[in-house]
Design a binder for this molecule. Sequence first.
Ligand SMILES: [Fe+2]
Length: 170
Amino acid sequence: MKSEKDSKAMPNAHLHDLFVDELRDILGAERQLLKGLKKMADKAVGENLKNAFTAHHAETEEQIERLKQVFASIDLSARGKKCKAMEGLLNEAEEIMEEFEGDEALDAALIAAAQKVEHYEIATYGCLVTYATLMQHEEARGLLQTTLDQEKDTDSKLTEIAMSEANVAA
Ligand SMILES: [Fe+2]
């Protein structure tokens, strides 16, 4: 009785499945990233970079909790799926860590790997904010925007560190 009315009540309902699929992808990605950030924090030489990775690890845990709230806000259980893009980005990060082990450019290489991850996340959260806006999922939109802002801040911070130390020859 209510189904037809409800399906019309949500604007841009055709985006629903895509929205959920992208949410599952980024939940998987964030979980995969936790391990990667730990390793990057271990490998980083500069104190600022080490701290930035450690801080972002804590933020990533928050982001996972926030994603669970997003799922709850649309009455779905939080389920992630393996993110192939994140897997690839983290494999490359591993490679670059091995290649630049003991090299002066190691921190710069770690920053490059981390910024590629951030840009992937920024693209995904950006799309999710757009879909939530179009479907008028207000609560989800606010939560996703908070994470998007955090990812952008992390990206800027990494650029700052790169400019201030990692890429400057001692
Ligand atoms: Fe994240």
